[in-house]
Design a protein around this ligand. Structure first.
Ligand code: HEC
Length: 173
């Protein structure tokens, strides 16, 4: 009788341990899936990520644009726009829209080729649904944040190109 009880109890303990183990494993896998694929929508985190990526070296320049192309107001006389891989593929395949994780870094130069600021658009699913889900950021050359987040001024002007996923530089299709 006693032996049987011990048997049942250990069986219960064993099943419980088994259950807990897989429950934890499952939760972690789920968390992994929900984690933002690139970096969180935060000015500082994004800047650190861009430095780490060394985008000017490792990313492509916007297809069809050169480095230091003559830009339009308000961004600067000369512009260089870099795109990460996800963004690059969307442009090349003429998808007409960017997908989650796309990053565009635009370096804004003065007429005498001095870097004046960096403006960045980062697509984060669910971040700002009504206006294209873009996280906006403006940095000074040393990384100081001049604006970040759901920045009204950026959104308002770029809304001209709402049908082009808020992109002004070129048609996406
Ligand atoms: C008054 C209008 C205006 C405002 C305000 C503005 N932009 Fe732009 N933006 C433009 C135009 C025009 C271009 C295209 C530049 C070119 O190719 O000459 C552009 C291009 C860009 C690009 C390259 C990708 C694209 O959308 O074409 C980024 C990135 C960008 N802007 C970020 C920002 C951020 C961040 C802000 C706010 C801090 C901002 N912009 C505010 C007009 C504006």
């Amino acid at each position: 009788m006693k032996k049987a009880t011990v048997g049942v109890v250990s069986l219960l303990c064993f099943s419980l341990a088994f259950f807990v183990f897989f429950f934890v494993l499952g939760t972690q896998a789920k968390m992994g899936m929900e984690r933002p694929m690139v970096v969180k929508a935060d000015g500082k985190a994004l800047w650190d990520y861009l430095k780490k990526e060394n985008y000017a070296r490792n990313w492509n320049i916007w297809p069809g644009k050169n480095a230091l192309y003559p830009g339009k107001e308000p961004h600067g006389a000369l512009l260089t726009a870099y795109v990460n891989k996800v963004a690059y593929d969307a442009i090349k395949e003429k998808r007409g829209m960017f997908s989650d994780g796309s990053i565009i870094v635009k370096e804004n130069y003065t007429a005498d080729k001095k870097l004046a600021a960096l403006t960045v658009m980062y697509k984060v699913k669910g971040y700002n649904l009504m206006v294209g889900d873009w996280f906006w950021a403006k940095y000074l050359p040393d990384g100081k944040i001049a604006a970040e987040g759901r920045v009204d001024a950026c959104i308002q002007c770029h809304s001209m190109a709402k049908a082009n996923d808020y992109i002004m530089i070129a048609p996406l299709k």
